[in-house]
Design a protein around this ligand. Sequence first.
Ligand code: GLU
Length: 429
Amino acid sequence: MITTSIQPLEAPSPAYICPLDQACSYLEAAARELKLDQGLLQILSHPRKVVTVSIPVKRDNGEIEILAGHRVQHCDVLGPYKGGIRYHPAVTLREVSALAMLMTWKCALLGIPYGGAKGGIALDPKRYSVGELERLTRRYTSELIKDIGPSVDIPAPDMGTSAREMAWMMDTYSVNVGHAVPGVVTGKPLSIGGSLGREMATGRGVMIIVREALADQGKSLADVRVVIQGFGNVGSAAALLMHEAGAKVIAVSTGSGGVYSETGLDIPALKAYAAENRRSVIGFPQAIPINNAELLTLPCDVLIPAALENQITEDNVNQVQAKIVAEAANGPVTLVANQALEARGVTVLPDILANAGGVVVSYLEWVQGLSYLFWDEERVNRELEHLMVQAYHQVIKHSKIRQIPLRLAAYTLGVGRVAKALTDRGLYP
Ligand code: GLU
């Protein structure tokens, strides 16, 4: 029997908040602030290349299933395309296109010489065996073989993927071209040229940006109560590093629900518990169960949405009590909610700054690979720290000078750098 999970490419319901529309609205706001030429805005609003492939996968029971895989390459004016590969049931072409655009601004804001891209397959990885995941990852990679490469487009992990998938991608690419090409992906295992510090990098970057924002308010991590939605790679690393820095992490959740403790959760113990319980935190001793909706509105100093987009919306934004919202996920605060938070004086640390640590260390991994010289973890973390702190202060400075919110300041810097490069390069032909 043949089954297919190819989905319609457009918005599924009227209530759906389209991440691509939101990304374009932020781009337009930045373009207005920059007084950008309309032609340039047109170029930057459109991805340069969009690839959708069918991925036939043989399930373990012998059935063939067809999945839809996307790769959107938004803009490569500053360097090779760069961005993660997402495995999640909610993946659509519009979502991947939005995330590709965010990668362009993120890389430009951090000053790393990449363009933005994103890939994704609409599937729930929990429903597939390791063998099935390997087969579909290899097929997806081979379908994209002409579109990726160490100086063309460099995938990395995103939601639902990890070093394991990157190793399969690197191997498939290498076998097809006839020699080992570690630089075709980042976020790969250390054994094949991965970088120390990459796994914790996005969470570490979130911690650095929150720490800097607190310092600007005369506070430190040791003074604050933190709530984190999402306990995957990013959320759990941010939780651990903040816990180590003395913050009280009072609640965390995964998709199936969360836990709360007024006195602060024991994060190392919670990580160990989640590792033993198929990544769920439910049932963790000495903590109260809490659902995701309750978690977002808990009284706290710092709220870190580290899961999916569109979590803080016009429906729940008035109940959000945090004074700082750090977007560890991409697009977790909707446009309308963002305006409401900014109007209330809440500090919103935008995704293209707050979660940039992952792609920064991806860049450091790529640089180490290209130079055949690998660094110790301390050096990687030092370089990450430098680039994150530098970008943070550029955004703060720009926001103060122009009297604009942090998100618009971050977008203006990112978009402005890409627009300048595009102008300097000129339009071909
Ligand atoms: N998926 C991550 C992001 O959204 C990392 C991308 C990369 O390392 O290329 O930033």
